[in-house]
Design a protein around this ligand. Structure first.
Ligand code: ADP
Ligand code: MG
Length: 701
């Protein structure tokens, strides 16, 4: 019955019709009443206040004026064609300009008519105007309405000229709200409504679109944000529950020879307290009989590789195989080197499989993986191919997991009858809100302690004009026996330009650091894997002094003697990326430096990013700043997650609501895992609805 109100096709709303319905679908993905109701305002204008033209100035945000139009003209032709309206009130006059929707506006706005104008004042050629204001005619029949808060909606260039600007959408909303049935089925349970003092659904929807004041608006927003985040978390807990039910896990009950021998005779250094704790957590998890799905977080350089290896040894002790997947070939071969060396002569077979593994070698590896003679397989995306089969895969570890898509990761699950344990590792500290959302169904271990003896890296921001001094500094450091990374941006859209920048940079560096005194390496994405490796190896063994590279160097590479990371055009890098790059140095005992070179012209946002880098080495602080500056959508490939298409909640500002909602969801699921009780019926109904829409997520790791 009333459910059908939300599911009613938008076409049947008065004022819409087939043509507009089509547009609403293609532009905003709105097909039903419910979709439109969920198109929440992105801000509100205080309509209780009118300004005068004399008061208007370009520093003001959105304002509203009550004016008379004194003249209207079309200026220019074709692409420069625009509509200009002159307006006046008792205090002065100014112009309004439209570049789009010229025809529609031209018909709507008549000289002599009175209008309410909404828009942002700006300066053009020294004169005040408003570009693309919204207009509402004032007549006897339609006097100025509403003195409360006016919702502002996102709309598009195609919708605006069709009368579906923000005001137009608001009018549709108003019509729809007036038809909303008096009794809407609640989507939250009575318990939750009482406990969290939630506004009833109907009131909340009403007030979020037509708030009478800020207080009511806040209550409405709280209810809707809470609901959105609550269901997101409920889904995660539900998913975890189904997964645990569906998949049994290997029970690693012994800690045997491999682990013990390594621990007592091979460990190159004392483990940090954090490493010990994390290994314990993982061991307990893998011994529980349930499949492990755990995320290991630890800042760059905190020693995750060793933890990974020791966990793999536990898998081997329990007669299973292990694999380690990483995002780049350089990283894969580096892990392969490190691990092979650490376990040499222990009777452990380790192999490396990447896109450039030669076919004979490849065949060997595949057959050894399949017959079980291979113990540890390290590799890139190549591991995902169907031909890679194991005899008995017990543990899958994914390093820098955010580089892989959800779907890719889940493919590793299918390599075995019994699902393997899964450990995903990340050096990108994730703000708590994001972690709870993206990985809310994973258990989390954190390495929050650095190996001893590290000196904090000094970070310095320098403008282009200081280049000579910077290069002198590099020469001094190199004379002391240190090595230097110089990194250039690589952004896919302009790959060619970036490549040219890199090559020009390489040449100029080769001139500033001439042979034979200075040896310069270069590594970039267009090189063959073997060449990259050769150069990496020359740098790794200290044969070259400077490594010029693109961000391929970003993840994982470990050269403890390198003490300077110079980032060129640092203003073009994101915060997390710069932090990752910085993590390439500071791995030895020497004082290390990160130098951020930029041009003189910086946007405020780049300035803030650079200042954050200079201020702190703390990965979590940087991640929080990144979230604040860029919003969650742009962070580390989260786009693919789909978990983040939030309609009303905002992870950068609603951390507390998220926390509350998560606890509430966990309590509900713990008390009633199947949501079978009568009290939870509304939750059960809505969760089903969500699953039907979103599909199965149970294999996300
Ligand atoms: P990440 O967490 O960034 O992957 P790595 O595993 O590459 O860090 O470790 C960084 C460096 O720290 C390596 O050179 C490694 O050998 C060293 N390391 C790891 N654990 C310890 C420890 N407990 N004590 C001293 N050095 C350690
Ligand atoms: Mg690493």
């Amino acid at each position: 019955m009333s459910i059908s109100f939300f599911d009613t096709s938008i076409e049947f709303l008065k004022g819409v019709g087939p043509a507009k319905a089509k547009l609403l679908k293609s532009e905003l993905n709105i097909t039903t009443f419910g979709d439109l109701l969920n198109h929440f305002p992105f801000r509100y204008i205080d309509r209780s206040r009118f300004f005068t033209i004399a008061e208007a100035n370009p520093d003001m945000p959105y304002i509203q004026l009550k004016v008379q139009v004194t003249g209207i003209t079309t200026v220019g032709a074709k692409r420069t064609k625009r509509l200009v309206a002159r307006i006046k009130d008792d205090t002065g006059s100014m112009e309004l300009v439209w570049f789009q929707g010229v025809k529609w506006m031209g018909d709507y706005v008549k000289p002599g008519g009175y209008y309410v104008v909404f828009g942002k004042p700006s300066l053009f050629n020294g004169k005040l105007n408003i570009v693309h204001p919204e207009m509402e005619i004032i007549t006897q029949e339609s006097p100025v309405i509403s003195t409360g808060l006016q919702a502002v909606y996102n709309t598009t260039e195609k919708l605006r000229p069709r009368g579906l600007d923000s005001r137009g959408l608001w009018r549709l909303m108003r019509t729809m709200l007036s038809q909303m049935p008096a009794a809407l089925p609640e989507t939250m349970s009575e318990n939750l409504i009482t406990k969290f003092k939630l506004h009833p659904l109907r009131d909340a929807l009403f007030s979020v679109h037509m708030p009478s004041d800020f207080e009511v608006l806040q209550k409405a927003q709280f209810r809707l944000k809470f609901e959105e985040l609550f269901y997101l978390q409920l889904r995660l807990f539900d998913q975890k529950r189904t997964r645990t039910e569906k998949y049994k896990g290997h029970k690693f009950s012994v800690v045997g020879n491999f682990f013990n021998t390594f621990y007592t005779t091979r460990l190159p250094f004392e483990l940090t307290g954090a490493q010990k704790r994390v290994i314990k957590e993982i061991r307990a998890d893998m011994g529980s009989g349930l499949q492990m799905n755990r995320m290991l977080q630890g800042d760059v350089g905190s020693g995750k590789t060793l933890v990974a290896l020791m966990c793999m040894l536990i898998a081997l002790d329990n007669s299973t195989q292990a694999c380690l997947m990483v995002p780049t070939e350089i990283l894969a071969s580096q892990h392969f080197e490190t691990i092979s060396q650490l376990v040499s002569d222990m009777g452990i077979e380790v192999a490396l499989l990447t896109g450039s593994t030669k076919s004979a070698k490849r065949k060997d590896i595949l057959s050894q993986a399949a017959d079980g003679t291979l113990h540890i397989l390290i590799g890139t995306h190549a591991l995902l191919e169907a031909v890679v089969q194991f005899d008995n895969l017990g543990l899958v570890i994914i390093d820098e997991q955010h580089r892989f898509g959800v779907e890719q990761r889940s493919r590793l699950w299918e390599k075995n009858n019994m699902v393997p344990h899964v450990l995903v590792m990340t050096a990108t500290p994730i703000p708590r809100t994001l972690a709870m959302t993206l990985y809310g169904d994973l258990d989390v271990s954190v390495i929050d302690e650095m190996p001893p003896g590290r000196k904090p890296i000094q970070t310095i921001h320098r403008y282009e004009k200081a280049r000579i001094a910077v290069f002198d500094f590099l020469r001094k450091e190199i004379a002391l026996g240190r090595q230097v990374y110089i990194v250039y941006p690589l952004i896919e859209e302009s790959e060619k330009m970036d490549y040219n920048d890199l090559m020009a940079g390489f040449e100029s560096i080769s001139r500033s650091f001439p042979l034979p005194q200075y040896q310069v390496s270069i590594v970039h994405g267009r090189m063959k894997a073997a060449d990259k490796e050769y150069e990496m190896q020359r740098f790794g063994t200290g044969q070259t002094h400077i490594m010029v590279a693109t961000t391929v160097i970003e993840v994982g590479v470990n050269v403890p003697n390198a003490s300077i990371m110079l980032i060129e055009s640092a203003e073009r890098f994101g915060l997390s990326q710069m932090h990752q790059l910085r993590g390439r140095v500071g791995r030895g005992h020497e004082q290390s430096y990160c130098i951020l070179m930029t041009s003189n012209k910086l946007t405020n946002e780049s300035r803030e990013r650079l200042a954050t880098m200079v201020r702190t080495n703390d990965g979590f602080e940087i991640a929080e700043a990144d979230l604040r500056l860029r919003g969650p959508g742009d962070l580390m490939g989260t786009q693919q997650s789909g978990m983040l298409d939030l309609r009303i909640a905002d992870l950068s500002t609603d951390a507390r609501i998220l926390q509350t909602a998560r606890i509430a969801a966990e309590e509900v699921i713990t008390a009633d895992p199947l949501l079978a009780s009568k009290a939870n019926a509304p939750l059960n109904r809505k969760l089903k609805h969500i699953w039907d829409k979103k599909g199965d997520w149970s294999k996300i790791s």
